[in-house]
Design a protein around this ligand. Structure first.
Ligand code: GLN
Length: 551
């Protein structure tokens, strides 16, 4: 079943969720890649959604769109950022996707009259998908993260598929369990018991972990490593301490120091060991963590913040990371503040935004907070505060301009007001049918599309090239009927689809504003630690300049 000589590392979570399986997976990927082994990283999401596109970001964090257009989980964003390359749709699967293929095959009579069952049919579809991902360009090692926690109902079939792979290829498959060692305040002592229990649970599936990544507040000491080794039946040198860190990007450096990469290669019988070349990565981590770098204050004006008492910055994860990468490149320390757009509707004055060096309105859907965002954009334009609009943030930039500069008081997007007198943002033609048929899943304009950049514009100067490719996720577009009018009033459409129909970037000339720019696409999805996104870099540069001038 498995590819010849290919190796598989399954990453599973014990004890509880949210302890950093994704970061472990990404770090293992980076380490092996930097040691000269091509890797591919796979995320398994056990939920029944066919993709992550139909989930509210407050449910599940940001929807990360691949180059292909597949709407995936935010972990895929981390994988791409760590590996520094695009992932493919084969690198992502959900239970919904797996079942959909099996059911489609059943409806097409492809099972030849058999009773179709979870085992073997669903399990084999999982294995087929793991193989398809492993076939990526010379990949030698697949690192596969199984979402959820050991003991969940939903991920059991995936663990079962992994068990079968291990049984058939005992020397080519490893299990890494990411666990958590709590230190209850009343005891003041780090406890190993929950991890022991999690291993026992995993054993009941017929799976034994080869490595334990022991996450905890502090370093795991030798005594506790010994305890875990004995009680969890894992070699002591394969119990790896992973204390809390301030930045996820430190993780691969720490793991390399603890020789995790070499230990994994040993366990996989891959003998050509090399040191991982991590110097560029280390430089980035140092620059990003430099507390002494001058600050630049960025406000993100959005709406997906409040889930109960928590502020859910996960909803805009890629945006935050993109700011960090560009700031590190410019040797600045970003201070990001969440501003709830609804507050401006409740009467908070937009002038409060004057204390920031730059303002971002990120992607979004629907009505809530929209008038607040428009107020923020107007303030940024009039007070010449660097502004960067991402997708919805670009559409709203155009609406604000139409309303307050062109004087089209009823300018709006038909997403919110179908009867708007001036629908400057309108549903794309092909979208009308999708919505009429209630076809919401996977039907937006998704994934990478090319755009041509106009000479002499901010965008062109930032990218330093004429043709770019960026990832999209939207149903609405700037209404072509208003383009001329907007341009006559001073707005510049500096990026366009090759056929000239879709406006991809809107900006004000530098003579009018230091940085007022919006993109119909999501540049944050292609920002990487070692290759920050040029538009984010120009935005942060403009913000840093404002900071300096204000002083
Ligand atoms: N709601 C807008 C649209 O569908 C913007 C989408 C977004 O910001 N991703 O076009």
């Amino acid at each position: 079943m498995a590819r010849d000589g290919h190796k598989y590392i399954f990453v599973l979570g014990g004890v509880m969720s949210g302890v950093g399986k994704g970061v472990v997976t990404s770090s293992i990927g980076l380490l092996l890649q930097q040691k000269g082994y091509p890797v591919n990283l796979v995320k398994v999401d056990p939920y029944l959604n066919v993709d992550a596109g139909t989930m509210n970001p407050t449910e599940h964090g940001e929807v990360f769109v691949l180059r292909s257009g597949l709407e995936t989980d935010q972990d895929m964003g981390n994988y791409e950022r760590f590996l520094g390359r695009d992932l493919t749709p084969d690198d992502y699967m959900t239970s919904g996707m797996v079942y959909q293929s099996v059911i489609a095959r059943e409806r097409a009579l492809e099972y030849g009259g058999k009773c179709v069952e979870a085992i073997p049919h669903v399990r084999d579809e999982i294995l087929r998908r793991i193989e398809a991902a492993a076939a990526y360009n010379g990949s030698r090692v697949s690192v596969i993260e199984i979402g959820g926690t050991i003991g969940d109902f939903q991920n059991a079939l995936f663990i079962e598929a992994a068990r079968v792979l291990k049984m058939e290829h005992p020397n080519d498959v490893l299990f890494v369990m990411v666990s958590y060692l709590p230190t209850p305040g009343t005891l003041g002592e780090m406890k190993t018991k929950p991890t022991q229990t999690a291993v026992r649970d995993l054993n009941s599936y017929g799976v034994q972990p080869d490595f334990i990544i022991a996450r905890s507040k502090e370093h795991v000491d030798e005594k506790r490593k010994e305890k875990l080794a004995v009680w969890c039946n894992v070699r002591k040198d394969r119990v790896i301490s992973a204390p809390d860190i301030t930045s996820i990007y430190e993780a691969p450096l720490n793991f390399e120091e603890d020789k995790l990469g070499d230990a994994l290669l040993d366990a996989l019988n891959l003998s050509e060991k090399r040191r991982a070349s991590l110097s560029a990565w280390r430089r980035f981590v140092l620059a990003a963590g430099n507390e002494k770098a001058p600050e630049v204050a960025i406000a993100i004006v959005g709406k997906y913040f409040d889930t109960g008492d928590f502020v859910l910055s996960d909803a805009y994860l890629s945006v935050i990371e993109a700011i960090k990468f560009s700031a590190a490149k410019l040797k600045r320390r970003p201070r990001i503040t969440w501003v709830n757009a609804k507050d401006f509707e409740r009467g908070k004055p937009a002038a409060l935004l004057g204390k920031f060096d730059g303002i971002i309105v990120p992607g979004g859907f629907g009505e809530s907070g929209i008038e607040g965002k428009l107020k923020a954009i107007r303030f940024a334009r009039e007070k010449k505060i660097p502004y960067f609009g991402l997708c919805y943030g670009m559409q709203l930039l155009v609406i604000e301009y139409a309303r307050n500069v062109l004087g089209l008081a009823d300018a709006h997007t038909t997403e919110i007001k179908k009867s708007a007198e001036h629908p400057v943002v309108d549903l794309m033609l092909e979208q009308k049918k999708h919505l009429a048929d209630n076809k919401y899943g996977g039907t937006m304009r998704l994934g990478a599309y090319p755009a041509y950049l106009k000479k002499g514009t901010l965008a062109r100067a930032a990218y330093k090239k004429e043709l770019v490719e960026e990832r999209h996720r939207h149903r609405y577009e700037i209404n072509p009927a208003y383009v001329k009018q907007l341009e006559d009033a001073g707005l510049v459409f500096s990026g366009m689809s090759p056929d000239g129909i879709l406006m991809e970037i809107a900006e004000l000339p530098r003579s009018a504003h230091p940085f007022m720019l919006g993109t119909q696409f999501h540049p944050e999805l292609q920002a990487r630690p070692l290759s920050p996104h040029p538009l984010f870099t120009e935005f942060v540069r403009a913000a840093a300049l404002r900071r300096r001038k204000r002083k």
